[in-house]
Structure formats: C-alpha cells, structure tokens
Design a protein around this ligand. Structure first.
Ligand code: GDP
Length: 335
C-alpha cells in the first residue's frame, strides 16, 4: 500500500469534519485500483455511509462551448451566497484518450474553487468510463458526508457519459445554445429524453430573442416525448450565466422537483434503482482490476464479436463460447 495513505480513522474523521484536504485524499483512495487501497476505501465508505445521501445531486451536460463551466461557476456562486456547500465533480471520457482532463483544466471554475464552501474535483484520467462512474458515485457519498448540500456532476455531451451521469444524479440538466429545437447541436436525441430540464444558455445581448424562440421550440419538442415515470414534466428555461439571469429560477425549479418527487416517493425510488447501475459499474471495475485473469475473456469477447458481425457466427453460440472462457478464468488460479 502507498505510504502516503492515512489511517482509516483519519480518513473517516477528516471527511466527517469537512476537511477538504482529507476529502481529496479519500477520493484518491476510492479511485485507486490497488487491492490494499480498495480494502481501506471499503472501510472508509462503510463508516461514512450513514452520513451521506443528504444532498441534491445535479447532473449537467451539453456540447463543448455551450457554457457549462461558466454556468456552474455562476450557479455555484449563487448557491454559496445562499449558504450552501457545493461540490463539483466531472466525468470526462476524453481524458481516457488524452491522459489529461479537459474538464479538469485548472483554469476552469477558478473563482468557485477558491471558496471554502466549494469543492471541485476533475475526473480521474486514464480510466474506463465504468471505473470513472463507479468512483464518481463513491465520491458523491464522500462529498455528502463532508457536508456538501449540492453535488454537481458535469460531463461533455458524448452520449455514453450522459447515461452514466443519469444513473447517479437526482436531476439532469441539459444545456443548449439558442438555436432551433429541430437541430440537436450534436446532442443525441436520447440525451434530450433523459433531461429533467433544458437550459438555453447565453440568453443575453443579441442572443436574447433567439433564446426565447429556442425555449418555445424545445418546450414543444419535449411535449412530444413520453411522460417521465416520476410524473415530472421536463421544463425549458433560458439563462445567462454571465449576467446571472435565470439562475434563481433554475434553483427554485430543482427544489420544486425534489419536494414534489419526495412526496410521491419517486425521489427515493429513483435512488434505489440507481444502485443497480452502480453494482454493474463496480463489477466492471473489479474485472478491470484483475487484468491478467480477465484479459483472455476480453480478448475472446472481441474475437467472437468480430466473428458474429463479419462471419455470421450465431450469437447464441458465440455467447456460449464466451461463457466457457469466463468459467475457465474464474476457476483458474488462486484469488
Ligand atoms: P463549456 O465548454 O461548455 O464549459 O463552455 P464555457 O463555459 O467555457 O463557455 C464557452 C464560451 O461561451 C466562453 O467564451 C464563455 O465566455 C461564453 N459564455 C458562457 N456563458 C455565457 C453567457 O451566459 N453569455 C454569453 N454571452 N457568453 C457566455
């Protein structure tokens, strides 16, 4: 185990007291795939769990340049001014390719980062989405136990990472530029369907009229979608993060969402069903943490998938063969 690690109690007490330095260290611990660290992380998480869960978890996505970091900076500042404690986490799939996080760029959200009530944490680089998702979930719990009332999880609009975010937040905000509701600005339709609200950004100056038109367009487009199971009607609002316009209304909307869904039990039910996605993500983490054992399975899966696609191998037969490889991997060698 890494010698810079703290004792279990130091992590637990530090997080519960809201010590930001120790919170950051505890997050590094849950992101680690070293077996010793994983055991320690498990103990820390178990101890802090009774103190977690009390925040509202907000997911924010949108294409690059739509204004996410400016929005989070202004929105976060407004919440801090209202006495809230805000944590901002990022999921950045591009960091897997570049080994360096674009969203975690130090120049982003600099002002917010300076505030004692705010905590900003970029995505760990170089890990698979399943791993990032699993550690982000645990990071949410740590931030909550450290006293953060609002946890914002941000990602860029790429498709897969929005699905990951949707399974870890209570409220999902999609940011769009003032433009028509017909053009989806690089955002997949499935992502629009997942949104609890769409914010038309940069609704100021010359954009103000276009933003209002876009609002009506998107509201119309949303009406054509099937109703959400929770009964929540997704809303479309306009905002200017630069002028602070529309931000209080967005916060009121999120509070209204929480209140009304809590009354019907949908809020809690959603969190419960999210546990299932977490379980799956964590399983993929365990698999990737044991690369020697499971490399053959992954390789066989790729080989069979190619055969299914190009050689017409019957999928049922391919799945059987993959399962055999799996069993061999599990039963071979000591754990
Ligand atoms: P991100 O890539 O989605 O995080 O977008 P940024 O927050 O970095 O913003 C992209 C660009 O849009 C920057 O040049 C911002 O100054 C600008 N921008 C962001 N929010 C607003 C806004 O409310 N109004 C205007 N006019 N410009 C904005």
């Amino acid at each position: 185990m890494n010698s810079s690690r703290l004792q279990t109690d130091e992590y637990i007490n530090g997080v519960l007291r809201g010590d930001r330095g120790i919170l950051a260290k505890a997050i590094t611990l849950v992101e680690s795939t070293l077996p010793g660290d994983q055991r320690l992380a498990g103990e820390v998480l178990k101890a802090i769990l009774p103190h977690a869960g009390n925040s509202i978890r907000i997911g924010i996505t949108g294409a690059p340049g739509v204004g996410k970091s400016t929005f989070i900076e202004s929105f976060g500042r407004m919440l801090l001014d209202r006495g809230k404690q805000v944590a901002v986490l990022t999921i950045d799939p591009s960091s897997q390719l570049t080994q360096g996080s674009i969203l975690g760029d130090k120049t982003r959200m600099q002002d917010l980062a300076k505030d004692v009530g705010a905590f900003i944490r970029p995505s760990p680089s170089g890990s698979a989405l399943g791993g990032v998702a699993a550690s982000t979930r645990e990071t949410i719990l740590l931030c909550e136990a450290a006293g953060h009332d609002i946890v914002i999880v941000e990602t860029v609009g790429t498709g897969q990472s929005e699905i990951a975010i949707k399974t870890m937040v209570d409220f999902f905000l999609l940011l769009m530029l003032p433009g028509s509701g017909d053009e989806l600005q690089g955002i997949k339709k499935g992502v629009v369907e997942m949104a609890d609200a769409i914010v038309i950004t940069k609704a100021d100056g010359q954009n103000a009229t276009a933003a209002t038109t876009a609002q009506a367009d998107f509201q119309h487009a949303l009406h054509l979608l099937p109703n959400q199971r929770s009964g929540w009607m997704p809303k479309v609002v306009t905002a200017s993060a630069m002028q602070g316009k529309g931000l209080p209304a967005i916060w009121s909307m999120i509070e209204e969402f929480k209140n009304s869904l809590s009354k019907t039990g949908s809020f809690a039910a959603n969190r419960k069903s999210q546990q299932k996605a977490w379980f799956k993500d964590y399983f993929s983490v365990l698999l990737s943490a044991d690369p020697k054992r499971f490399a053959r399975v992954a390789e066989e899966e790729r080989r069979l998938a190619a055969l299914v696609e190009s050689q017409g191998l019957f999928p049922r037969e391919a799945a059987r063969q993959l399962l055999d490889t799996y069993y061999t991997a599990i039963t071979s060698g000591d754990r």
